[in-house]
Design a protein around this ligand. Structure first.
Ligand SMILES: [Zn+2]
Length: 178
């Protein structure tokens, strides 16, 4: 796979904070789900997909993800293996960020409750234990879900944009298209 200069990596498009697929960054959440199902062994890698971005087409001749018709780019019946790996890598990256954030929250709550054990007098130290259990749980959920999900979401799409552009570049090296 060829690496391309970061200046040529396309920027994902957002509208009201929601990602909008474009031909430059044709990420399909439908395809994302499908690849996860195939990897889990719940579905076969067969169907009718856009010949450009591999988004599932169903019976349609138009791809709403990259805005191309099957007349211009003929449909394919399999998801490209390398593209499936890019989708999988994106999922893994997002999961890593969410886990890291959740653990940061849990560690912070733990540090706080140790501090409470030190400063609280006598039997009131029991509150430190309660805080450790509840605070750790809520901090983990809060950091993992609320705080980082927007960040992980954008970081994942940024990664997808770069890997997609690199994949296209190496495909173009192999076969001259258009
Ligand atoms: Zn497409």
């Amino acid at each position: 796979m060829s690496t391309i200069p970061s200046s040529t990596v396309p920027e994902p498009t957002y509208e009201d904070g929601e990602f909008v697929p474009t031909r430059d960054v044709p990420f399909s959440s439908e395809l994302d789900e499908m690849i996860a199902e195939i990897r889990a062994g719940n579905a076969p890698n067969i169907g009718r997909f856009c010949g450009f971005c591999c988004a599932p087409l169903g019976r349609s001749d138009y791809c709403g993800v990259c805005d191309l018709t099957t007349e211009r780019v003929p449909a394919v019946d399999k998801i490209d293996r390398e593209l499936a790996q890019i989708y999988h890598a994106k999922r893994k990256r997002e999961g890593l960020y969410v886990h890291l954030a959740a653990w940061t929250g849990i560690l912070l709550a733990t540090a706080l409750s140790i501090l409470l054990i030190l400063v609280l007098p006598g039997w009131t130290k029991v509150f430190a234990i309660i805080f450790l259990v509840l605070g750790g749980y809520f901090a983990g959920v809060f950091f993992g879900n609320v705080l980082v999900q927007g960040f992980a979401y954008r970081a994942g799409l940024k990664m997808f944009a770069r890997r997609w552009a690199e994949w296209r570049a190496s495909a173009a090296e192999a076969v001259r298209t258009d």
